[in-house]
Design a protein around this ligand. Structure first.
Ligand SMILES: Nc1nc2c(ncn2[C@@H]2O[C@H](COP(=O)(O)OP(=O)(O)OP(=O)(O)O)[C@@H](O)[C@H]2O)c(=O)[nH]1
Ligand SMILES: [Mg+2]
Length: 279
């Protein structure tokens, strides 16, 4: 009889890599029931340099207050005076302005406060926290500017809770955006992405057009066009079990239109006459 198979233990990162300042930026809107578990999971990771920055759009369910209480729990007294050192910070925004706007503000803040890497992560438990070390390791070992936690490279999987039509829709949305934009990123719509701070500075987040979920597509497309290296590592994507999706019709329409807008913008830029030097 053959021995039972055990999953290979993940290779730990070299200790100095684990100390590299990495900020997880987590946008929240009505995630009060999910946030304590998310924070606990992240704070328990063997990554000394990891910080969490919650970006809350004044959630009616009090997520902002929950986030402040958690920050108090996880921060050492006195750390709050030095924003770049705290283990957990909260960026409060006045009203719901979309996932893309929340990310742009949070990622800019993270870079300003000294992060060398910034990770985008949802607050609903869909993204696997135990993959963060691997994604950081890939970025550091290969020099990649962006590491995508990908559902659609070999080894990537989707929650069994997703019905066939939802899986198909997600695949179709990826193929749609990638096809229009001519990119080879398999999970261009994915929201679990690690960015180097240098890449984010080159991207100029303040000029990103997307207010909603198309932020994910726009930022990856911009990265590719500016010659940044994008790599993908497989992840398992879980379905949210608590709380509600924030995906509404406006957000969906923006996501349908955005690839076309990005493509025509790129074509216009390519056709624009180049200025001669010195003019
Ligand atoms: N700050 C902020 N966060 C948002 C906004 N819209 C969505 N979010 C957050 O962005 C993350 C992703 O949103 P979800 O509603 O889970 O979107 P989704 O993953 O496409 O949908 P589900 O699969 O149904 O969960 C969650 O952490 C949300 O709380 C927003 O307008 N502002
Ligand atoms: Mg979700």
């Amino acid at each position: 009889m053959s021995a039972p198979r055990t999953p290979a233990a993940a290779t730990p990162l070299p200790a100095e890599w684990g100390r590299i300042p990495l900020t997880v930026v987590m946008p929240t809107y009505n995630e009060a029931a999910n946030l304590p578990t998310m924070a606990e999971t992240l704070m328990a990771l063997p990554l000394e340099g990891l910080r969490l920055l919650v970006v809350d759009d004044n959630s009616p369910d009090g997520t902002g207050t929950v986030a402040e209480q958690l920050a108090e729990k996880y921060n050492e007294p006195g750390e709050a005076d030095e924003p770049g050192r705290v283990r957990m910070g909260v960026l409060h925004r006045t009203a719901k302005a979309g996932l893309g706007r929340a990310y742009a503000a949070g990622m800019e803040r993270a870079v300003d406060e000294g992060a060398r890497y910034v990770l985008q992560m949802d607050a609903d438990g869909s993204h696997p926290a135990d993959k963060i070390a691997e994604m950081l390791g890939v970025a550091l070992a290969t020099g990649a500017d962006v590491v995508v936690g990908s559902r659609y490279v070999p080894g990537g999987t989707l929650s069994d809770a997703w019905k066939a039509h939802r899986k198909l829709l997600s695949r179709w949305a990826n193929a749609y955006a990638s096809g229009i934009l001519g990119t080879r990123v398999r999970d261009i719509t994915g929201g679990f992405n690690l960015w180097s701070a240098d890449a984010l500075r080159r991207l100029d987040l303040s000029s990103v057009d997307s207010a909603g979920y198309s932020f994910q597509v726009e930022t990856k497309y911009r990265a590719l066009r500016s010659g940044l290296t994008v790599m993908e590592v497989p992840i398992h994507f879980e379905d949210r079990t608590v709380g509600e999706s924030k995906m509404d019709l406006t957000v969906q329409l923006e996501s349908v239109a955005m690839p076309w807008r990005l493509r025509s913008k790129a074509l216009r830029a390519a056709r624009a006459p180049r200025r001669a030097p010195g003019r």
